[in-house]
Design a protein around this ligand. Sequence first.
Ligand SMILES: *Cc1c(COP(=O)(O)O)cnc(C)c1O
Length: 225
Amino acid sequence: MNVQENVIQIKERIEKACERVNRNPKDVKIIAVTKYVSVETAQLALEAGIKDLGENRDQGLIDKYEVIGNEATWHFIGSLQSRKVKDIIDKVAYIHSLDRKSLAKEINKRATQKVKCFVQVNTSGEQSKHGLQPDDTISFIESLAELPNIEVIGLMTMAPFVEDENVLRDTFKHLKELQNIIIHKRLPFAPCTELSMGMSNDFEIAVEEGATYIRIGTALVGKEY
Ligand SMILES: *Cc1c(COP(=O)(O)O)cnc(C)c1O
C-alpha cells in the first residue's frame, strides 16, 4: 500500500469531480479513516500531508492518540456511546455522529470548550444505518439551542452499500437540502456550513453534490485487519 501515491490519486479525482461542478478543490477536506490500520500506517497518512484522521471506535482513537497525539486533528466518526464521551472529548476536534439528545447533553456536560459536531442523518432510509430520520433533523437541531458547548458545524450521512449511482446521489442531495433549510434559519449555534459525506467507493459523487469533508479509509490507507 503506497499511501503517498494514493493521496496523489485521490486528490486528482477530487479535482476532476470539482471541475465537473465548478467547485474549488480547496473546499474539500480529506479525512483519512484509520480504523482498519495500525498506528504506523496512520502515520504514513500524516507524512503524506493528511493531518485529519478519523476513527469510529473510542478504543481505536485512544490507542492511536497515545502515539500520535495532537500531530493529527482527530475526528470521531462512529456511533458514540454516551458513557464513552468523557474518554475522547479532550482528544477530538470533531464529532461526526451526533444523533440524539442524550448524547448531546453528555458532550455539552463533559466539554471544556465548544465542540464542533456534525448531526448524523439517515438519508438512505436503510434500517441498519445510524442517524436521525430526515424529518426529525430540523427540530432536533433547534433543540440544541440550550446546550452552549455544542456547535453544529454541519451534517453527516453514510450512503447505502449499493452500486446504483442515482441512489447514492439522491442520498447526498437529500443531506444538502436539509443543510440549506438549517442555514436559512440562521441559528447562531448551528452555522451548518459543512457536509461530511463520501467514502472510498462514492466520494466523487459526494464531492459533486457538495461534500466538504470526505472520509476515506480503504482507498487511502488500505485495510490491514
Ligand atoms: C469506515 C468508515 C469510513 C471509511 O470507509 P472506506 O469505505 O474504507 O473508505 C467512512 N465513514 C465512516 C463512518 C466509517 O465507519
